[in-house]
Design a binder for this molecule. Structure first.
Ligand SMILES: C[S@@+](CC[C@H](N)C(=O)[O-])C[C@H]1O[C@@H](n2cnc3c(N)ncnc32)[C@H](O)[C@@H]1O
Length: 250
């Protein structure tokens, strides 16, 4: 099995989607057709049916997966993520888009948000989910870019009131049953250099001119850096808040 390749199985009813995926995934793509066995040669494959793209697994290893952009309201009170973001109209950058679950909640609250995703496979699936989102407001306010957020911030052309990041953290033993969408992300973007790249991300965010930086952390993980000015806790995670340039430490 070649883990660098991704098979794309297309019914060719909407060829423009297959061509678009080929452009994003480049040489990593291996084109198959429905019914042939090529999908078993790669750890995942993408099935394109009409204008829908879903992730599938050889020999039924897991159920097919398709991200859905449908932000809901929290069960009670104000969403802790939105309290941490602290603005309902501002410009937000999400440096770690993933399936855009968080970015779509931020957009739904009223902010405009640019989200960066550097994994081509995650980008293709999430972008397709945004196109199928039934809420026009989200499509107006959420822009997903297939780009490395570190490079985008280094270019100096991005500005935002708030910068948000949700670093990938290892699965916690006590929480082996993490939701399917999260464990899938871990499997798809399993890169060794995560810690270093998040330190760089944080450093850039703090010097970007944004007035607030928010980082999602598991409860049992320490803050990424000293100097946070606040934290908002939800049942599952903690949002650490930093004010670049502030001397107030928490
Ligand atoms: C834990 S997931 C984020 C989940 C996301 N908050 C959500 O709501 O679905 C982290 C994501 O950040 C992406 N990522 C990591 N480093 C990145 C970078 N430098 N630029 C863009 N995306 C990055 C990973 O590919 C992964 O999809």
């Amino acid at each position: 099995m070649n883990s660098d390749l991704i098979t794309v199985i297309s019914d060719r009813s909407d060829i423009k989607y297959t061509e678009w995926i080929s452009r994003i995934l480049g040489s990593r793509i291996y084109l198959g057709s429905p019914g042939n066995q090529s999908a078993n040669k790669t750890p995942f494959f993408l099935r394109v049916s009409g204008n829908r793209i879903q992730l599938e697994f050889p020999e039924g290893r897991c159920k097919p997966f398709m991200p859905v952009i449908a932000p809901g309201l929290p069960a009670r009170g104000i969403d802790p993520l939105l309290r941490a973001i602290g603005t309902k109209q501002g410009k937000v950058i999400d440096m770690t888009a993933g399936w855009c679950v968080d970015a779509s909640r931020i957009a739904f609250s009223g902010c405009s948000i640019v989200a960066f995703e550097n994994s081509p496979l995650v980008y293709v699936l999430t972008q397709n989910a945004i196109e199928h989102c039934r809420l026009p407001l989200i499509k107006q306010r959420l822009v997903l870019r297939h780009e490395d957020s570190i490079q985008a911030l280094q270019s100096g052309t991005m500005d935002a009131d708030v910068i948000y990041m949700d670093p990938m953290f290892p699965a916690h033993k006590r929480n082996a049953a993490s939701p399917k969408a999260i464990s899938l992300l871990r499997e798809l973007v399993n890169r060794p250099d995560h810690t270093q790249s998040f330190e760089k991300m944080f450093e850039l965010a703090m010097s970007s001119g944004a007035r607030r930086v928010v980082i999602k952390r598991p409860h049992h993980f320490p803050a990424i850096q000293k100097g946070k000015v606040g934290e908002i806790k939800s049942k599952q995670v903690r949002y650490d808040i930093y004010f670049p340039g502030s001397s107030i430490a928490y």
